[in-house]
Design a protein around this ligand. Sequence first.
Ligand SMILES: Nc1ncnc2c1ncn2[C@@H]1O[C@H](COP(=O)(O)OP(=O)(O)OP(=O)(O)O)[C@@H](O)[C@H]1O
Length: 297
Amino acid sequence: MTSLLHLEAVNRDFGDRRVLRDVTFDVAPGRLTGFVGANGAGKTTTMRIILGALAADSGTVTWGGAPLTRDVRRRFGYMPEERGLYPKMSVREQLVYLGRLHGLGADAVASNVDALLTRLGLGERADDTLEKLSLGNQQRAQIAAALVHEPDLLVLDEPFSGLDPLAVDTVLTVLREYTERGVAVLFSSHQLELVERLCDDLVIIADGVVRAAGGRERLRQTYALPRYEIRVDGDAGWLRDQPGVTVVDLDGAHAVFDLADGVDDQSVLRAALDRGPVRAFRPLTPSLAEIFREVTR
Ligand SMILES: Nc1ncnc2c1ncn2[C@@H]1O[C@H](COP(=O)(O)OP(=O)(O)OP(=O)(O)O)[C@@H](O)[C@H]1O
């Protein structure tokens, strides 16, 4: 059974620089959580603290409400930013080695490794040394290494960087299979479009501070501007004279506009209908890139 990973007020300094400030968020079982932030925002440092590769100065990390022990961490899978496989060893050999290191029996390891390599599209390359593989395939092998011992929590540092769209889909499908089994997955990325497409939950960090965290749809609603799109038959220029309306974009019959606080969207719709047919009228939800800009500025 997997559990909830919870970080509470985690702080970390390097020298006189505070790199993480009161970092608090959850990684829930069965959910893909995207960890986004600019270069140097603190993602890798946070992940290394979760994995125990680095100590926090203060704050706690718990798994199912209990502090992390070495045994609990053995049930975690990690793909570090500095990829960790040996270039001159065959992919299969090192995955088997890693599985054994995590305490799996020889038979379980052999079947896990074969299944994983097939799922990740590396079945044919299993006996090649890592250095012989393309960069995209090396990346898939690194992901396999984080999965080989059937972890309860997966922590992946930029797992999608350098993958072509097909490989992104393959890896995503595999990660989804894990979340469907209840595994909790945290991955960092600076590719906002990708994170937006993939994630159930998001954590946005800037300068070591979590600026927003929670379900993707809830965040979208929380940061939704009162912004609307309208398409009419004639020219929509009259919107400029409508009280409480600020036109953001106008292109003939199509317009995007913001509404002032307290102005009823239906009154704008009625005003449009008084002038003729309305072909489209809808509130616009912000993209992750817009939310990111909003919370990190
Ligand atoms: N061992 C270290 N010693 C000193 N400073 C460090 C160390 N590790 C990280 N830092 C600093 O901490 C800050 C956060 O780095 P971190 O690697 O966690 O960011 P990140 O969000 O993962 O960025 P990136 O996307 O570039 O990997 C950066 O300013 C970095 O220079």
